[in-house]
Design a protein around this ligand. Structure first.
Ligand SMILES: [Zn+2]
Length: 305
């Protein structure tokens, strides 16, 4: 058995030509993991669409229904930033199912990686910033509801603050939200995570990794989570269109190794999602996202999970 990786062809839903959201990256990531020999076909697990009641553990029934039926008002639709289509509804729900499955497999095997997920700007009654339903929050609530876990740490290293996630769990001590993000970036109005670490524009590999290393071990030993949900957004990369930080590929890879080895060595299971990443060079972007799966494969073998 090798590292469980979660993928579904429905992760790619067609968008209008030239749309700024890099939708093809999900399919390209799947292909790259296979062609580079990072993963073999047997390692891939296929998620299902979750029942609506699971999505409603986080989102209001009105919002879920309006989004799925395509009846959201134009303003709410614009805030999401992705044009509605039945294929996008299917993609959105399947990706949520993917993060739920990733979390379940992480509990079983110690480590698992989705090839999508990290829609952390979604709030209970509205979507925002390319995020429609909050997969991290839904997976947390579903696994708690199933009685599989109690305490969860959401480790959000996407360059944007995990504002939706912070809001959803603001009064819930069973889910600890940690967000390390660029301080002057979307969202304009920040929410209060349990721990926010805002970073200055232009921060490079060494400063970033030192900052992370300062927080991570104490966070784990204080919270002692039953599961870590890791949002491994690659938008802190210097080449990212939206990021404003200055990490290199090596820096991203070192970050994934630091996060995964620190958690796994201490016995905490980790479910990872790929989070944000925006670049015109889709191959370079896809490679950045694959660093998570490369690092996770290495850790999975090293610790004989
Ligand atoms: Zn982001």
């Amino acid at each position: 058995m090798d590292l469980p990786i979660i993928y579904h062809p429905a992760y790619v839903a067609p968008l209008p030509e030239g749309h700024r959201f890099p939708m093809p990256k999900f399919g390209k990531l799947y292909e790259l993991l296979l062609t580079d020999g990072v993963a073999n076909p047997e390692q891939f697990h296929t998620p299902k669409r979750p029942p609506t009641e699971w999505i409603e553990l986080v989102h209001t029934p009105e919002y879920v229904q309006a989004y799925c039926d395509g009846t959201l008002d134009p303003k709410a639709q614009r805030r999401i930033g992705l044009p509605w289509s039945p294929a996008l509804v299917n993609r959105t729900c399947t990706a949520v199912g993917g993060t739920i499955l990733t979390a379940q497999l992480a509990l079983q095997y110690g480590l698992a990686c989705n090839t999508a997920g990290g829609t952390h700007h979604a709030f209970p009654s509205y979507g925002s910033g390319f995020c429609i339903f909050n997969d991290l929050a839904i997976a947390s609530r579903v696994l708690q509801q199933l009685g599989l876990i109690q305490k969860i740490l959401i480790l959000d290293l996407d360059v944007h603050q995990g504002d939706g996630t912070a809001f959803i769990f603001q009064d819930d001590p069973s889910v600890f939200t940690f967000s390390m993000h660029c301080e002057v970036n979307f969202p304009g109005t920040k929410q209060k995570s349990d721990l926010d670490v805002p970073l200055p524009v232009g921060m490079d590999d060494d400063a970033y990794l030192q900052t992370l290393a300062k927080y991570l071990p104490d966070l784990l030993s204080e919270i002692q989570p039953d599961l870590v949900l890791y949002d491994a957004g690659v938008d802190p990369h210097a080449g990212d269109r939206l990021g404003k930080l200055a990490l290199t590929d090596t820096g991203i890879y070192r970050r994934e190794m630091l996060v995964l080895s620190t958690c796994v060595a201490a016995g905490y299971p980790v479910a990872s999602v790929i989070g944000g990443g925006y670049a015109d060079d889709l191959d370079a972007l896809t490679y950045r996202h694959s660093l998570l799966h490369r690092a996770a494969s290495e850790i999975y073998r090293k610790y004989h999970l």
